[in-house]
Design a protein around this ligand. Structure first.
Ligand code: CP
Length: 360
């Protein structure tokens, strides 16, 4: 039996009465904090110290019609770590949508095969259309330039966790967001989630044609946050507690001509060491574009403990486990039958991770 409180969370974040996650607009501050507290409880399983079979017999359908490494694999891994199994379809070519099948038919057919769907699709609003055609849980894994709610939840979880280590409150924090703010769906979802907190200073740093959509700037101001707009990072980053940088989303450009960020947009060791606070954190939803001349987040920060990008990706697992647990109604059952993991892994999964753990 689940507790009344846990069912209440599923109901409070429901989408048109169904256990589906399409937009961060489904959350208020209480429900987002509750979900992220559940993610914290998932950490021993996510870190492979404990094992649960709570979703044994359940099957996840991962339908990805756009490229993905993190979202597709981490949703799959999160479902498997809860004891379930995963079926994947990647790209239009290997789906019958290439033969003209509609979103409605695809969604209804898949619902007869699987117990939950994670969907990424290039068109804004498309995942909501999938959700309307089924009663099973549907999670938006990114709908074109629209939203990426699970990424925003793991980004917020990362900020909360890092701030807790640094003894900083999130209310009143200084948040710099750098790059393609026009098409970056992770940014769109994250600013809406952060707007639930109080008195933040958002420093929006974008090249001329890639500024944050006006309705989001207005939303931040309506909720009494300070918003300042910048066209270059150097001065803007000086007071930032969080530096959230993004890849240029060239695949979504309509009239924009930009091939790469201007050089002064690159967040690199020289810039960070000369202007940024010693206790800032540097985030990126990834992937970062490592090609020469892209001027995305530089790799010369990999040894800097302020770089939180791999802690951020690791956080995708407990957060996505928490999302599944709530939508499938097992968030209390998870903790009833935990067993110790039977295999041995490395102390730290990444070669540069020790630099961070050395400072804590
Ligand atoms: N952050 C993110 O959405 O990464 P992928 O495109 O690899 O899923």
């Amino acid at each position: 039996m689940q507790s009344a409180a846990s069912h209440d969370l599923a109901q409070r974040i429901s989408y048109h009465g169904k256990p589906q996650l399409i937009s961060v607009d489904q959350f208020d501050r209480g429900s987002v904090d509750e979900l992220l507290q559940l993610a914290t409880r998932m950490e021993p399983i996510a870190q492979r110290r404990q094992v649960t079979r709570v979703l044994e017999g359940a099957v996840l359908g991962n339908l990805f019609f756009e490229a993905s490494t993190r979202t597709r694999v981490s949703f799959g891994a999160a479902f498997c770590r809860l004891g379930g199994a995963v079926c994947d379809t990647t790209g239009f070519t290997f789906s019958s949508m290439a033969k003209g099948e509609s979103i409605y038919d695809t969604s209804r057919v898949m619902s007869g095969y699987v117990d939950a769907l994670v969907i990424r699709h290039p068109e804004k609003g498309s995942v909501a259309e999938f959700a309307q055609a089924t009663n099973i849980p549907v999670i938006n894994g990114g709908d074109g330039p629209g939203e990426h709610p699970s990424q925003a939840l793991l980004d917020l979880y990362t900020i909360q966790k890092e701030f807790s280590r640094l003894c900083k409150p999130l209310d009143g924090a200084d948040i710099a967001i750098v790059g393609d703010l026009k098409y970056g769906r992770t940014v769109h979802s994250l600013v809406k989630l952060l707007s639930l907190y109080r008195k933040l200073h958002f420093r929006l740093i974008a090249p001329g044609s890639l500024e944050l959509p006006l309705e989001l700037v207005e939303l931040l101001r309506e909720r009494e946050h300070e918003v300042t707009l910048w066209q270059s990072p150097a001065e803007a980053l000086q007071q930032a507690d969080v530096i959230y940088t993004t890849r240029i989303q060239k695949e979504r450009f309509v009239d924009e001509k930009m091939e790469a960020y201007p050089q002064e947009f690159q967040i690199n060791a020289a810039l960070v060491n000369s202007v940024c606070k010693k206790d800032c954190i540097i985030m990126h939803p990834l992937p970062r574009d490592a090609r020469a001349g892209a001027n995305d987040l530089a790799t010369d920060l990999n040894h800097d403990p302020r770089l939180a990008i791999f802690r951020q990706t690791d956080n995708g697992i407990p957060v996505r486990m928490a999302i599944f647990a709530v939508l499938l109604g097992v968030e209390q059952l998870v903790f009833r039958d935990l067993k110790p993991a039977s295999w041995r892994g490395p102390e730290r999964v990444g070669p540069d991770d020790a630099a961070f753990y050395g400072i804590s």
